[in-house]
Design a protein around this ligand. Structure first.
Ligand code: NAD
Ligand code: GLY
Length: 383
């Protein structure tokens, strides 16, 4: 059993705490059940007067908002809640503009806090609004999906999508605190839990073979909400992310490894128009399988590694190939065009995250377009 620690920075109780070391902008990621009720106290510990505007979506509002509002009210910090429609479509200019206006109407000042309460969509949208309103308001992440607890709430990437692709408009804006309440995950639909799990597995695949092996044996306990297994999976993921963000906050190098599977995955998401046809985590699960198959085909990764990745994703109910996406198969030329919108493109060259083995990812711009085209055509069943 992990020891419950008293975090001096946040003045709250969490089963596990990971520090993101970024000098004056360092912050704690608190992990454990019941933390929603402690957010008011944590904010009060960060500032003697600041007030909070909560940004959430309509699903999370119905299930969990009263608890968060009560926690903020108890400390006299509650300024109001803004509820946006659930889903990827809210990561858009059309939601950003009214959100910024509402934050201004609530009278939020630079020293106040935006509290992003929800999954990665809310964290990215609310974090972006916090980053640009009055040129930067402080913000706190209270992630409520597995994906957001292990990935999107940590590291300060915020933003929205456009028709050109995912996350193409945004800013780096670090939160001052992340409170990952693992109890909120119990209301998450199974499909969303599985999609978030893809990001957990990502940390094993990109840099920690022992963690991937542990996941192969322990995934059932995670999905059964076993406190120890779930806590360990989240803490290990957050530690891995915190370590990369500490080394490369603005993604000049290593941080791009966190994009394992994303160049393919983001193209699938844009192609399926960010609908429920394909969730982000499902898209990157397929993308990671493709990255390992391509790595094996190019002789970087040993035979059998791609099959091991696919076998694990299949075991937890994640898709592993393009044909698992419902509907007509994509057009290869369109996929390549969408992949070219990737933020890692340099001087027109695609930079892919490939792997030498499970737990050993690397960046390369050496994959020629014709090789990629042939590979994608085969993956799309159009060879
Ligand atoms: P999401 O925010 O859309 O949440 C998924 C669904 O779960 C939504 O319908 C939401 O209303 C619902 N939900 C959230 N919490 C719930 C709960 N506790 N109980 C019941 N329902 C709940 O999606 P997501 O998977 O959390 O995040 C995906 C987004 O995160 C993508 O836009 C992706 O680009 C982004 N992302 C960002 C980063 C980053 O570093 N900023 C990293 C990874 C992913
Ligand atoms: N999820 C990728 C990153 O934060 O860099």
């Amino acid at each position: 059993m992990p020891t419950v620690v008293h975090s001096l920075a946040a003045n709250t109780r969490a089963e596990r705490t990971v520090r993101v070391e970024l000098g004056a902008r360092s912050y704690d990621v608190l992990i454990g059940p019941g933390l929603v009720d402690e957010v008011g106290r944590a904010v009060a510990a960060q500032s003697s007067k600041a007030k909070c505007a909560v940004v959430t979506d309509d699903n999370v509002a119905k299930l969990h908002l009263p608890g968060l509002e009560a926690s903020l009210r108890a400390e006299g910090r509650f300024a109001g809640s803004i509820v946006v429609p659930a889903g990827e479509v809210s990561k858009s200019f059309s939601q950003l503009e009214p959100l910024c206006s509402q934050l201004l109407e609530l009278g939020l000042e630079r020293g106040d806090f935006v509290v992003a309460f929800g999954g990665g969509v809310i964290g990215d949208l609310a974090g972006f609004a916090a980053g640009i309103v009055r040129r930067g308001i402080r913000f706190v992440q209270v992630p409520t999906t597995l994906l957001a607890q292990v990935d999107s709430s940590v590291g300060g990437k915020t933003g929205i999508n456009t028709a050109h692709g995912k996350n193409l408009i945004g800013v780096f804006h670090q939160p001052t605190l992340v409170a990952a309440d693992t109890a909120t995950l119990k209301t998450l639909p199974d499909r969303q839990m599985r999609a978030g799990y893809a990001e957990v597995a990502k940390y094993g695949l990109l840099g920690d073979a022992a963690f991937f092996k542990w996941l192969e044996s322990n995934h059932a306990a995670i999905f059964a909400f076993d406190d120890d297994a779930l806590g360990k999976a989240i803490e290990t993921s957050v530690k891995a992310k915190a370590d990369i963000v500490r080394r490369d906050e603005l993604e000049h190098g290593d941080r791009a490894l966190l994009n394992l599977g994303h160049t393919f995955g983001h193209a699938f998401e844009a192609w399926t128009r960010y609908t429920d046809r394909l969730l982000h985590g499902e898209a990157i699960a397929i993308g990671m399988c493709l990255a390992f198959r391509l790595s094996e085909e190019l002789g970087h990764a040993p035979d059998g590694s791609a099959a091991r990745v696919s076998a694990h994703f299949s075991a937890v109910g994640l898709p592993t190939q393009i044909s698992n996406i419902p509907g007509a198969p994509p057009d290869v030329a369109m996929l390549l065009k969408l992949m070219r919108q990737d933020k890692k493109v340099r001087h027109g060259d695609l930079v892919l995250v490939l792997a030498r083995d499970i737990g050993d990812a690397f960046l390369t711009s050496d994959v020629q377009t014709d090789v990629l085209e042939t590979f994608l055509a085969a993956e799309c069943g159009q060879a």
